[in-house]
Design a protein around this ligand. Structure first.
Ligand SMILES: Cc1cc2nc3c(=O)[nH]c(=O)nc-3n(C[C@H](O)[C@H](O)[C@H](O)COP(=O)(O)O)c2cc1C
Length: 207
């Protein structure tokens, strides 16, 4: 089984979202000991923003796509093929300014492409990718769900909507919320994430 792990934190392997995604990898490996992970970092300069040729080609101006498929079109094709070849996807992401960080947005701009991963139909956009499980590991400085919420959440509804657009509907969120609220809150949030993972993947709960 091939797991595509999209790493979105500028903090790399030190990040909380990476740490949470490690637990998801471990849980998947219990079920699929042969699983191998392909990492796709997208933070900082790991992938570019889409370029002019790409915006021309997909923007609906009737301009022909560059047949040489250079620049963002080539990057888009590579990232889409990487996604297509995965049996499941893990997205490890922090919340930035209530939504996805810019690196994840750049990756989405490459993989959500008209006439490639979705079609425009009279009823709206229709995804063309085969569905597969997507596990999202979110880390946030404050809380965005539950009873003590102090901020809006444009991350999870947006990410679900855009993944649905390309045909990915089997999406499961796990989170460590409140990383900036002190060591006790962080420990509690990690424990809760561990319980949520154990319940979902039917794992023994760590004490
Ligand atoms: C640019 C930036 C914007 C942020 N915006 C938010 C936010 O809107 N809400 C929030 O709860 N935390 C916010 N944070 C805090 C991060 O979500 C938090 O530190 C998170 O645990 C980082 O996860 P990571 O270690 O996986 O990068 C922001 C952090 C940065 C760097």
């Amino acid at each position: 089984m091939k797991i595509l792990r999209v790493l979105c934190s500028p903090r790399g392997p030190r990040s909380e979202s990476y740490r949470l995604s490690e637990s998801i990898v471990e849980a998947l490996r219990r079920r699929h000991p042969d699983a191998h992970v392909v990492e796709r970092p997208v933070a900082q300069t790991a992938i570019s923003h889409v370029d002019e040729g790409y915006a021309d080609a997909v923007g609906g101006y009737g301009l022909p796509a560059d047949p040489s498929m250079t620049g963002s079109l080539a990057a888009s094709e590579q990232l889409i093929q990487e996604l297509e070849s995965a049996d499941c996807v893990i997205i490890a992401t922090p919340m930035h300014n209530y939504t996805v960080p810019s690196g994840l947005k750049a990756w989405l701009d490459h993989i959500v492409r008209i006439d490639r991963t979705f079609a425009s139909a009279p009823e709206g956009k229709v995804g063309t990718l085969r569905d597969r499980p997507v596990y999202v590991a979110v880390s946030s400085g404050g809380r965005y769900s539950g009873e003590r919420v102090r901020q809006p959440d444009f991350l999870t509804p947006y990410l679900s909507a855009i993944l649905n657009t390309v045909g990915l509907v089997d999406i499961r969120y796990f989170s460590v919320q409140g990383t900036g609220l002190g060591p006790a809150a962080l420990a509690q949030a990690r424990q809760k994430a561990g319980r949520d993972l154990a319940a979902f993947f039917v794992l023994p709960v760590a004490n």
